[in-house]
Design a protein. Structure first.
Length: 91
């Protein structure tokens, strides 16, 4: 497995702002206007793409939910989707 491990640094400006180095932005998949999340764990800080992080949290929260509700196959899911669409049409 190839890892993207490297060290980079940035200067903290008077208002607490930093510029995220280009190599780091590319790894995170962020560009101008995107949001990042700072995850503080003790004295360590991770910077992650906010959209990716939100999706990971959602996936963790939803893990196993389909099985708990009885959706065990693709057919079960398609049946549920069909039922929900029919309900929407009836409103």
């Amino acid at each position: 497995m190839v890892t993207n491990t490297f060290v980079d640094n940035a200067k903290v400006m008077s208002k607490g702002q930093i510029t995220i180095p280009k190599d780091v932005r590319e790894v995170l998949g962020v560009s101008s206007g995107d949001r990042v999340t700072f995850i503080v764990e003790g004295s360590n800080v991770r910077i992650v793409n906010s959209a990716v992080y939100a999706m990971q949290i959602l996936q963790q929260d939803m893990a196993g939910e389909a099985e708990r509700t009885g959706l065990t196959s693709e057919d079960d899911i398609m049946t549920l989707v069909e039922e929900l669409r029919n309900e929407d049409e009836n409103f």
